[in-house]
Design a protein. Structure first.
Lengths: 292, 638
């Protein structure tokens, strides 16, 4: 059973960049461009992996160098718990809470690495990153609370799939937004914001280190997609696999169209939005409390 | 008699404080710290024995049949619950004393070393005695002594006016809180136990009495929550802590924050689990105050620009994280969900010991930074990880643990909190708040760590790594943080045995299925697997993808000069703070309200003083007070 988790992880490792390539294509078509081939993200990654990294002289070297590696593995660890292609996972290794904390561990280590690069733009970007993480967590905490009330559990064994209720639909809708916000897309790519702060936390990273960080962003997006789909899909293997692949494509198209449509928010606008959403989440929580 | 071991730490500490009176030079400073460290080790040993079987000593001090007859016997007793807290005191006392050997040298010319030599051991001694006394009247005596002597440690830098003020505030507030405890104890001994304040006797008589007198139960709960709430710095009774903790020398701050504010938690466990019948609404009230405490304190921690003040606010935050599952546990047990309730109580105790470790560690690192640079100003500090790599490493471990990052110890206790609260409707909202605040805690400690250690300094700061004795005690605490995170089965065993001694039975076999901690049907998590995977995967990655690279100057948008800019500490999370300005407005307005109340109280006091010049009106006033007291004591159940 457990070795199937390896297949899940390999699937994610191979397909996460491919889905990014696919999204680039979708965005290009929406903007009347031809767009690169869907393998382009992979070619970019491979090229970066071949390049030697440069280390800035003002940086705190050990932390700066280790951060991309730990960020990458923190996201990868979450794949032990969230199933992707096959429904198998190491349920005893963790639950919903652990997945959330692993994702914030990745964000935290990423921004610590950027903070230690010594570049002021990286500091600005990381500061935004952590601010955004806090406001995301406000809604995410409610989502976890709602889902935990529906299933009376935090274990994915019980939570996958959710029963059809008003509260579970509302909870998933909120999760849908949170996933969008935390996957560093326009209009919420405020920490990176190329035109203002020149890729923010990524500014000093180059070569192999940059490749690792970009790769972990793709993996994180893919992880969140899988998490979302798992809440919906039934457990029977054959329907699930087809549904999963279809769901991934649909999510990719929806998310990338949203991305093509918007301009970037300012940080305070994003935080305000999350605050408003948390009021919605409170209502949804009350509905879940009623048991509807 | 093996139980005489209880006297060993007390004996060493008394010898230490007598020796401390003798000298005021470097040697006496070394001596008092080393002896304190040794006595802390003996406290650890006592705790170790206490987990195996309870130790008891009885002394007849004198025999009288008056109202204080309960003081005739001094009963010292260590059961698993007190052993658990003794362990915290012992470990933290050892690290703080070891650290103090070198750290206090710093104060040789500045402070009154004699005051430290005398008050530091006595502070440890009174904390030890509070934990081992088995009688409420003796408890309150030691408790008051503890508040009394620790204020001198807060006011250690006498030239500093802020320190003196903070010490006064601390003493007055805790003293006022202690009056509520006195009231409780008098009420209990007078009305229920017939002048007997022995814990076992109270545990036998009080629950039955309170079951038939619910109004007394609520009155006592109210008094206890105020009395212990002040000492534990529960919001809204917290305001002494952010002033007092930063002013003390750092090793004392570590003890104040790590050990002293845990003693009220210890007493809350005693009272609410053994002396009181379980009541749903009391549990929810405590959990509610826990949630408020953690929410407001951490929002204020984001505002701080003083390293130790930030840590002090986060101490209040962690008291919230301890009170919340404690209240939730009481509630869950009262509604009959014994297992989940016990898990919540375990979470509370687990977080208590975790907080002692990481907050002790963080206060020590703040102290090390102040020792080298002489500054606690986050706006000024920066880039110290280059000069002080070991301190930076330990501070990183402490920050990650307090932010609850897996696989460190903070995560385990927070996980237990969420698992026990989130799936029950009544406590769900508390769990949600705790989960959100955990992210804000993370942000606060990103600020703490990055402003001091990683962000480049504005001007060159001269510093070097602190002496061995200082960083080794930090390292010890950091290792404990890692150990308790990766291998939580040991602390789970300790906490469950501590809970057994106060009558909460928990089957540990149901909770720990190696290599996971499992709460059946609710959640599971395996620290060992997560740690191993993180470690091995990172190691493989580092081997596969070489880390080496060319070193080049930091990119400065193409210009030759350095950008020489950085975010100041007060600009961290500016937008977030602005969006949540309502929280701060609420906090500030309540502060203004409190100040008004204070002014009114002062006026009233003045009026009373003027009144008391006149003998007749003084007598009348005193009588009125006594009547009030009698009504309170006797009339609650009317």
């Amino acid at each position: 059973m457990n070795f199937l988790v390896v297949i899940n992880i390999l699937f994610a490792l191979i397909f996460a960049p491919l889905f990014d390539g696919f999204e680039r294509k979708v965005k290009a078509r929406l903007q009347n461009r031809q767009g690169p081939s869907i393998f382009q993200t992979w070619w970019d990654l491979i090229k970066l992996f071949k390049r030697p990294p440069v280390i800035p002289s003002d940086s705190i070297k050990r932390l700066y160098i280790l951060a991309p590696y730990i960020t990458f593995t923190a996201v990868l660890t979450a794949y032990l718990i969230v199933p992707t292609l096959l429904p198998q996972s190491l349920n005893f290794a963790g639950d919903f809470i652990l997945v959330i904390y692993l994702i914030s561990l990745a964000t935290l280590i990423f921004s610590l690495g950027a903070f230690s690069s010594g570049n002021p733009y990286a500091q600005l970007g990381s500061n935004r990153e952590v601010s955004l993480l806090m406001s995301e967590e406000l809604v995410l905490a409610f989502v976890v609370g709602i889902l935990a009330l529906i299933g009376r559990s935090l274990s994915f064994e019980i939570l996958f799939p959710l029963p059809l209720k008003v509260s579970s639909i509302l909870g998933l809708a909120l999760l849908f937004v949170v996933i969008y916000v935390s996957s560093a897309r326009i209009p919420f790519d405020i920490p990176e914001a190329e035109p203002e702060i020149i890729e923010g936390p990524l500014i000093e990273y180059s070569g192999k280190h940059l490749a690792l960080l970009e790769y972990s962003i793709y993996l994180k997006r893919f992880l969140l997609y899988s998490l979302f789909l798992n809440f919906i899909l039934p457990k029977e293997t054959t329907i699930r696999t087809g549904g999963f692949l279809l769901g991934l494509i649909v999510l990719s198209i929806v998310y990338s169209s949203l991305e093509a449509y918007y301009g970037r928010f300012r940080l305070d606008q994003a935080i305000k939005l999350m605050k408003k959403l948390s009021a919605v989440a409170l209502v949804a929580w009350l509905i879940a409390l009623m048991g509807w | 008699m093996a139980d005489l071991i209880l006297l060993v730490p007390a004996g060493i500490l008394i010898a230490t404080l007598l020796l401390g009176l003798a000298g005021k030079g470097r040697t006496s400073l070394y001596l008092s710290n080393i002896l304190s460290a040794i006595s802390s080790l003996s406290i650890c040993y006592v705790a170790f024995l206490g987990f195996k079987k309870s130790l008891e000593l009885k002394f007849q001090i004198y025999s009288s049949s008056s109202i204080v007859s309960s003081l005739n016997w001094l009963i010292l007793r260590v059961d698993s619950l007190s052993a658990f807290f003794l362990l915290i005191l012992g470990v933290l006392g050892f690290c703080a004393s070891l650290y103090g050997i070198k750290y206090m040298e710093h104060y040789l010319n500045k402070g009154n070393v004699k005051a430290y030599n005398f008050n530091y051991p006595i502070f440890l001694l009174t904390m030890y005695l509070v934990l081992i006394s088995w009688d409420l009247l003796w408890f309150i005596i030691f408790w008051e002594l503890m508040s009394f002597f620790s204020q001198f440690l807060v006011a250690f830098e006498r030239s500093n006016e802020k320190a003196i003020k903070a010490a006064f505030k601390y003493f007055y507030m805790t003293k006022a809180g202690a009056e509520f405890l006195v009231l409780t104890i008098v009420a209990v001994t007078l009305k229920v136990t017939n002048f007997n304040a022995n814990y076992s006797e109270i545990a036998r008589l009080l629950p039955l009495y309170l079951q038939s007198n619910p109004s007394t139960l609520y009155f006592l709960t109210f008094a206890l929550l105020i009395g212990f709430g002040v000492k534990a710095a529960m919001i809204p009774l917290h305001s002494w802590l952010p002033d007092a903790h930063p002013e003390a020398p750092s090793n004392v701050s570590a003890l104040l924050s790590g050990a002293m504010i845990k003693l009220p938690i210890y007493m809350l466990f005693r009272f609410f689990l053994t002396f009181f019948p379980k009541d749903t609404s009391i549990g929810l009230i405590i959990a509610f105050f826990g949630a408020i405490t953690l929410f407001f304190s951490i929002m204020y921690a984001l505002l701080q620009d003083d390293s130790k003040r930030l840590l002090a606010f986060s101490s209040i935050d962690n008291i919230g994280y301890i009170l919340l599952p404690f209240g939730a546990g009481l509630y869950l047990i009262a509604i009959g969900n014994e297992f989940l309730g016990a898990v919540a109580l375990i979470a509370s105790l687990y977080h208590t010991i975790n907080h002692a470790f990481f907050k002790g560690l963080l206060f020590l690192t703040a102290g090390s930074v102040a020792y080298e640079t002489g500054s606690r100003d986050l706006n000024y500090l920066g880039g110290l990880a280059k000069q002080m790599p070991l301190t930076a490493f330990t501070a990183l471990i402490g920050s990650l643990s307090i932010a609850g990052m897996p696989p460190l110890n903070g995560f385990v206790s927070k996980w237990l909190i969420y698992v026990s609260t989130l799936s029950t409707p009544a406590t769900s909202l508390f769990g949600i708040i705790a989960l959100f605040i955990s992210a804000v805690t993370l942000a606060a400690f990103v600020k703490y760590f990055t402003t001091i250690f990683t962000r480049p300094p504005l001007e060159e700061i001269k510093a070097k790594e602190v002496p061995f004795l200082m960083w080794s005690s930090q390292m010890l605490l950091a290792l404990l943080c890692i150990l308790f995170g990766v291998y939580p089965f040991l602390p789970l065993k300790l906490t469950s045995s501590a809970l057994n001694s106060v009558g909460v039975q928990i089957e540990l076999a149901k909770l720990t299925i190696f290599p996971s901690i499992v709460v059946p049907k609710t959640g599971s998590f395996s620290p060992i697997i997560i740690f191993a995977f993180l470690l091995i995967a990172t190691a493989i990655l580092v081997l596969l993808i070489p880390t080496r690279g060319k070193e080049m100057s930091t990119w400065s948008c193409g210009s030759k000069e350095k950008l020489n800019a950085r975010i100041p500490s007060n600009a961290y999370y500016m937008d977030f703070k602005e969006e949540f300005s309502e929280v701060y407005k609420l906090g500030d307005s309540s502060k203004a309200l409190m100040e008004k109340a204070l002014k009114f109280g002062r006026k009233l006091g003045l009026r009373f003083e003027v009144l008391s010049y006149n003998l007749d009106s003084m007598l009348f006033g005193a009588m009125l007070l006594i009547v009030l007291l009698v009504i309170l004591l006797g009339g609650v159940s009317l």
